[in-house]
Design a protein around this ligand. Structure first.
Ligand code: BES
Ligand code: MN
Ligand code: ZN
Length: 512
């Protein structure tokens, strides 16, 4: 899709050549406190290093960074000294450090970047696992290079580095290269899936209406040769998707039901993971109109849809032997003469009726149909991803994603995947008392329950449509879109949960 700024970063691995002989615009040098004192640096950097030492501008402590010009290959480069401190590095620390280095490389418009790693790096990492280190550094670097596309008339030509060369002079660990390359390619896949999600989430509401989201999904499916289907508003109404149809009917841009299948197993049976993403391309609140302040952030209300598409992108690179079904109900929530209203009673695909009390609680209404449809298409396990409630932002801020589930083992395996990716997930209770709050006098359910326990009740509304199938709901309202950058995440769309869902799908520990 030409609305997106995609570029591919080449990552390679080199050894047995002196680091200073590799042509580069930026050289990132990871140094611990001890290495800064006793380590050997290339002759051509000597002058620069000595002066930094003499002036005490750097000492290798954690998160410290200092840049100096050096001679590199046949030309000049910027040496980026990055301190690692003096303790084993966790994957999250490595990711954050690589993201920082990426930003420093971009400040000097580097096209080719060398990552100079001390030979102690892996033994000094928390897991001591080569692939984990390679994965974290590659992923962190690529995520750190991300910039939101802008629409200014005068664009800068530079969009980011084109090539990263990881370099380590001495290798003592057996199978190092093979392990490193595996980690590097996984890290790249996770990052590219995440970046896909960021790009599509950051698109303004006028550039991404439900038809555009459907086209983007179609492009993604065609690119990877995946089976897909898109239902237009007439077809989905006829099918009985009253939830999606009602939310979409207030807009001149009609709703769509998007389905894509990733078939990694020989046949479409056994475990099929259904990923259902909320695809509200813009949420005004509808007739229950939102306040004007901050409404622009509602371009990210299709963040759940973007996440599940990003997962597909990453799966098509890593190609696991699993079956995954992606379902995206997409609509624009607008107030108009044709819009659904408070007091309306609608019939969902499941046959359950819903009393609409607040048209701004639209996400759960479209997701209800998404869940039922995913089950109809064979899903045996469901994860829904949605920018669902303001209440989750009150509870967890923009730091953690809230989770509601009907299956503790499933949720625990997912949370352990999230610990490996560094994307925080926090469970919210699913008490039966909350389920009772969803009762309505005139329909099977009400779509809004007021302020109390709002994230749990919203999650449980969606969970009702799982009908007992193992299910996890991920509320990314706080984590999908940031007001300022943090770690590997930029300001704006983060593509949160792409990495964790992929990690969970690829993991062997997960329940089957
Ligand atoms: N898309 C919003 C939730 C949201 C809020 C996402 C803030 C990102 C940041 C959702 O559709 C919504 O409006 N939820 C309401 C539900 C309420 C009316 C029951 C909310 O949380 O206020
Ligand atoms: Mn809403
Ligand atoms: Zn919404």
């Amino acid at each position: 899709m030409d609305k997106l700024t995609r570029y591919s970063l080449e990552t390679i691995w080199k050894t047995e050549v002196p680091v200073e002989s590799i042509e580069a615009h930026a050289v990132i040098c990871l140094v611990s406190e001890a290495e800064w004192i006793t380590g050997h640096f290339p002759e051509s950097w000597k002058q620069a290093i000595t002066s930094v030492k003499e002036r005490g501008l750097f000492n290798g402590s954690e998160n410290q960074m200092f840049t100096i010009p050096v001679k590199q290959g046949n030309s000049a480069a910027t040496l980026v000294l990055v301190g690692t401190g003096e303790h084993p590095m966790s994957a999250e620390e490595l990711r954050n450090l690589a993201a920082k280095a990426a930003k420093a490389s971009m400040q000097v418009s580097a096209d080719q970047v060398v990552f100079a790693m001390p030979s102690s790096l892996v033994s000094y990492s928390a897991t001591q696992d080569v692939a984990t280190v390679a994965h974290a550094l590659t992923e962190g670097f690529i995520l750190g290079t991300y910039r939101r596309k802008n629409y200014k008339q005068n664009q800068k030509a530079y969009i980011g580095p084109g090539k990263v060369i990881f370099h380590q002079e001495k290798i003592t660990i057996p199978n190092f290269q093979k392990e490193w390359e595996k980690g590097m390619s996984d890290g790249k896949a996770y990052a590219e899936g995440t970046i896909y999600a960021r790009d599509i989430t950051n698109l303004p509401g006028n550039m991404l209406v439900p038809e555009d989201l459907a086209r983007a999904a179609e492009d993604l499916a065609n690119k990877h040769g995946l089976e897909y289907s898109i239902m237009d508003e007439k077809k989905l109404e006829k099918k009985g998707m009253g939830g999606l149809f009602s939310v979409g009917k207030g807009s001149i841009h009609p709703p769509r039901m998007i389905v894509i299948k990733y078939q990694g197993k020989e046949s479409w049976d056994g475990e099929i993971v259904g990923l259902v993403g909320k695809g509200i391309t813009f949420d005004t609140g509808g007739i229950s109109l939102k306040p004007r302040v901050g409404m622009e952030e509602m371009i990210s209300d299709m963040g759940g849809a973007a996440t599940v598409l990003g997962v597909l992108e990453a799966l098509c690179i890593t190609r696991p032997k699993r079956n995954v079904l992606v379902v995206i109900p997409t609509a624009e929530n607008m107030p108009s003469g044709g819009a659904f209203k408070p007091g309306d009673v609608i019939t969902t695909l499941s046959g359950r009726t819903v009393e609409i009390l607040n048209t701004d609680a639209e996400g759960r209404v479209v997701l209800a149909d998404g869940m039922t449809y995913a089950k109809e298409l064979g899903a045996t396990r469901l994860i829904d991803v949605a920018t669902l409630t303001g209440a989750v932002v009150s509870a967890l801020g923009d730091v953690a994603t809230g989770a509601v589930s009907n299956d503790e083992t499933f949720l625990n395996s997912f949370i352990s995947a999230s610990r490996r990716t560094g994307e925080k997930v926090w469970p919210l209770p699913a008490y039966p008392e909350f389920q009772e709050m969803l009762r309505s006098d005139v329909a099977d359910l009400r779509n809004s329950t007021g302020r109390n326990a709002a994230s749990s009740t919203a999650g449980l509304f969606i969970g009702t449509f799982a009908d007992g199938m193992p299910w996890i709901h991920l509320d990314i309202a706080g984590t999908a879109f940031l007001t300022k950058e943090r770690g590997v995440n930029p300001k704006g769309a983060t593509g949160v949960m792409v990495r964790t869902i992929v990690e969970w799908i690829l993991s062997d520990e997960r329940v089957v």
